[in-house]
Structures are given as C-alpha cells and as structure tokens.
Design a binder for this molecule. Structure first.
Ligand SMILES: [Zn+2]
Length: 78
C-alpha cells in the first residue's frame, strides 16, 4: 500500500529561506521579510496562483491579525 499525498508536505523547521514551496500549487514562492515594529514579518507570495501567506516572528499568521497587531502601535490616535 503506497499512499502518497502530494499536497501534504511535512512542515520543516530548518528549511532554507530561499525556496519555500507554495502550499497550494507547490511552486516556489517569493518571500519578503520586513520588520514591523521590531518584529520580522515575512510575506510569501506565489507568482503562479497568487496565494499569499504571512509569518510573524516565524509563526504563520493571518493578515488580518497582523494588521491588528500593527495597528495597535501604528494606528494610535490621540
Ligand atoms: Zn501557488
């Protein structure tokens, strides 16, 4: 019995930053790391299927939550 699941990739912690496969189509994505309020925010964008994922300080996050966190500091009104 050989059951392969092509879309299921085992998450590896020590993967090189240069080539991250897209979780949807498997193509290599372009990762850009920016620093937001002292935290490394990494955006991975797939040029093939336009899937984007966000990682804040090494953890996958939703963009909405990222914006909330950033907004706590940057969007302060007085
Ligand atoms: Zn893709």
């Amino acid at each position: 019995m050989s059951s392969r699941s092509p879309k299921r990739a085992t998450p590896r912690r020590s993967a090189p930053q240069a080539s991250i496969p897209c979780t949807v189509c498997g193509q290599a994505v372009v990762a850009i790391t920016i620093t937001v309020d002292g935290h490394p925010l990494e955006m991975s964008a797939c040029a093939n299927c336009d899937t984007r994922s966000w990682n804040l300080a090494g953890r996958p996050v939703e963009l909405r939550k990222v914006l909330e966190q950033v907004g706590e500091h940057a969007g302060r009104r007085r």
